[in-house]
Design a protein around this ligand. Structure first.
Ligand SMILES: [Zn+2]
Length: 294
């Protein structure tokens, strides 16, 4: 069945490729880009607003366990550029290995990934919580587009530079906003915020990597002790998974329950927001919870 699917995709791509104009571009001359989840798609949209862009993780979906539809596999196969993070979404890795005909850009080595603090040896994929790491990715996306579509290189480079200035400003706001805080530990429902360590934040996650996993009683007891010891005021849940575990812990400990968005994707609740507005919303929630003063 898998083999049949691969053959079908290959046949479809061959058919499309032979029928269109400039090699590698859409018939209308637009560059086609497949980005594997929201922060990567957002970067591409800022640098190449005219591109034919597909986000392989639909809004509201949890990107960790995304499955590609046949149509998405065709989009990935046909794309002039695939922007993805190897090791984060196995279905996308497989699509890149089996089907991609264009340029592929694995953003992990560009961003420079670190291990989970709670789980050394396990790579933490959530690098976009650090705006400077996303800025490095923006530079690599622009360079890839320059090579694929040199006629628009000046535009890609100028837009990437503007985006990198906005990300640098966001980084400054995080450094300033989190510089003077009463507390530095944050309790969250999934371990997606380790890259905030650069701003002095340390994360205690209720459930490790998998959103929706049931917390073990021993882990819950450890978190309850931490909340008491550190005077933690807030337990954070996230937007794409059920807040049940975080809400229950907050209720048991008589502290507040708030949302911290891992920004892995948009949902109905965050439609109309962007990476930048969600990062600033997270910053305000962190400042409030940790008693930060500027
Ligand atoms: Zn995650």
């Amino acid at each position: 069945m898998l083999r049949l699917r691969v053959l079908l995709v290959s046949a479809l791509v061959a058919g499309v490729a032979s029928g269109c104009g400039p090699a590698g571009h859409d018939a209308d001359g637009r560059v086609s880009v497949a980005a594997s989840f929201y922060p990567l798609a957002w970067v591409v949209s800022q640098i190449a607003p005219g591109a034919d862009l597909t986000d392989l993780t639909h809004p509201g979906m949890e990107p960790h366990d995304v499955e590609l539809t046949f149509a998405q596999t065709v989009d990935l196969a046909r794309a002039d550029l695939v922007v993805y993070e190897r090791g984060f979404q196995p279905a996308v890795d497989q699509g890149v290995d089996n089907d991609a005909e264009g340029t592929t850009l694995d953003v992990g080595p560009v961003a420079g990934l670190q291990d989970f603090v709670s789980d050394p040896g396990q790579v933490d994929p959530h690098f976009w919580q650090d705006p400077l790491k996303l800025s490095a990715v923006a530079g690599a996306v622009a360079r890839a587009l320059d090579r694929i579509d040199p006629a628009r290189a000046t535009s890609y480079d100028a837009r990437a530079a503007a985006l990198q200035r906005r990300l640098a400003a966001l980084d400054r706001d995080y450094r300033t906003g989190l510089a003077h805080c009463a507390r530095h530990t944050v309790v969250t429902s999934h371990d997606a915020f380790g890259y905030l360590s650069r701003y002095g934040i340390s994360v205690a996650a209720i459930t490790g990597l998998a959103p929706g996993a049931e917390p073990a009683p021993a882990d819950l007891a450890r978190l309850q002790q931490l909340i008491r010891d550190d005077g933690i005021t807030t337990v954070f849940s996230e937007t794409l998974a059920s807040p049940a575990a975080a809400d229950a812990l907050a209720h048991d400990m008589d502290v507040r329950s708030e949302v911290l968005d891992p920004i892995e994707g948009l949902s109905d609740a965050t439609a109309g927001q962007t990476y930048l507005t969600l990062m600033r919303r997270n910053l305000a929630a962190l400042e409030e919870a940790n008693g930060c003063t500027t």
